[in-house]
Every structure is written in C-alpha cells, then in structure tokens.
Design a protein around this ligand. Structure first.
Ligand code: CA
Length: 249
C-alpha cells in the first residue's frame, strides 16, 4: 500500500491542496500520527512537533498555511503559543485550530479570545477535524481551495450552493448537497454508511444508517433524469461512491 504522503492527487475535481502546509502541535504521539495520516490522505503536507517551544521556532520560520495546536503541551502551552504568534506581524493571520479538553467552556472561550480561529473538543472524530480544517482554509485561502467541484457534466459550487448537470440546475436539499459534495471530493472512494453519517450528519448524530440510503436515493433522483448516466455507485455491502469513471466512458 502506498504511504499517504506519496499519493499524488490526480482527480479533476480534487481541490489543489498539495502545496498547503499544516503544522500539527500535539504531544500525544498516537493522536499526532492519526491527525497527520488523515491530513496527508486529504492531500496536505504535514509537519509535526510535540512541544510548544518547538512550535514557536517552526512557526517563526514561516511557510505554513494552518496550525493544529493542542492546548496542553510541554514547554510553552498552546494558549501561549497562539497568543505570541498573533502578536507577531508575520503570523498574525495564520489560521489556528486549537484542540481543547472536553467540556471546558472557559478554556474554549479563552482560546478564541486569544485569537484561535476555531477549536475542536477532544475526543473528536477525525472527519470532524478534517471538515474544520477545510472550512478554515476555505475562509482563509479561498484562492487556494476551489469553490467548485466538477466531474463529467456535474458541477457543484460550494459558495452559491448550486449544482448543475449540463445546462440544468439540480435542486437539492441541504443534506443531499453535503452528501454530493462529500462524495465528489474523493471520486472513486467507497464510503461506508457509518462514514457518511459521520461526515455529512456529524459525529453526534444518532441516526439509523438506512437514513443514508434514503438521502442517496433522493440525491440520485434529482441528479439523474431520463437516460442520463448515474454518477453514483452503490457498492453492495460496502457503501457509496462517486464513480471515478463517470463522464469518461
Ligand atoms: Ca497535550
């Protein structure tokens, strides 16, 4: 199996994330590895450090597009790292997502007050962190992340929330829109129902997996009219994917 860092994104609809560089500051090795692995699978370049003071040195070197910053760190705390980087001209606008302990509302508010752009509460689901990273980068670097995903004759615009198929507009509910967006981000990848629930409905949702089938059914009905080819694949016993051969057959 190819190591994720060696995978070259080659999908037409894939946003160009290859040059985006993320620093992960986390002293729990297993968690740092998990975050790194998942960010690399999304196409980002990832560096990891385990101490607050190491993070400050790396941030001062520049060239980063986003920092995932744990609150509790050896050396200098995440909060202090964030406060200091905001005070320096070169890193004033560097996007920062803080990882905070569960349930500590005060901690989160302090993090935001000190200049963190967003926070994720531990323990978090990986898709949730990936979604936050993507959303923050889209806000901070709109020129680097395309607002449009297109594949074959299907085009999805994240900003206007419009979906077009050839010349006709496809009207989708918010859930169907997010579902299509998620599937189109990784054409060919088969997503299990549980993965789709996590990514589209959110980790806290207590929803039956059959709900996914219902919404895929609605999406398909809106997307495919007459004898148009179906861009969605149902993989028995596995889940759903956006067909990577769609529009190429
Ligand atoms: Ca920690």
């Amino acid at each position: 199996m190819a190591h994720p860092s060696t995978q070259v994104p080659d999908r037409r609809s894939r946003p160009d994330l290859t040059a985006l560089r993320i620093l992960v500051v986390e002293d729990e090795d297993a968690l740092a590895l998990l975050i790194k692995y998942n960010l690399e699978a999304e196409g980002y370049r990832v560096e990891c450090v385990t101490r607050g003071d190491e993070a400050e040195i790396r941030i001062a070197e520049g060239g980063l597009d986003l920092v995932v910053l744990d609150w509790m760190l050896p050396g200098v705390s995440g909060l202090e790292v964030c406060r200091r980087l905001r005070a320096r001209e070169a890193s004033r606008t560097l996007p920062v997502i803080m990882l905070t302990a569960r349930g500590d509302e005060q901690e989160r508010l302090r993090g935001l007050a000190i200049g963190a752009d967003d926070y994720v509460v531990k323990p978090f689901s990986t898709p949730e962190l990936m979604a936050r990273v993507k959303a923050l980068l889209r806000r901070a670097k709109p020129e680097r992340i395309s607002s449009r995903l297109s594949f074959g004759d299907v085009e999805l615009d994240r900003e206007t929330h419009r979906v077009m198929r050839s010349a006709r507009e496809v009207h989708l509910g918010p859930t169907e829109f997010r579902l299509l967006e998620h599937l189109m981000e990784k054409p060919g990848r088969v997503h299990s129902r549980a993965q789709l629930l996590d990514a589209v409905w959110g980790s806290t949702a207590e929803i039956d997996e059959r709900t996914v089938d219902v919404h895929v059914g609605r999406l398909r009905k809106a997307l495919v009219q007459g004898d148009e080819p179906d861009p969605l694949r149902t993989v028995r016993g596995a889940g759903y994917s956006f067909d990577e051969t769609f529009g190429k057959r």
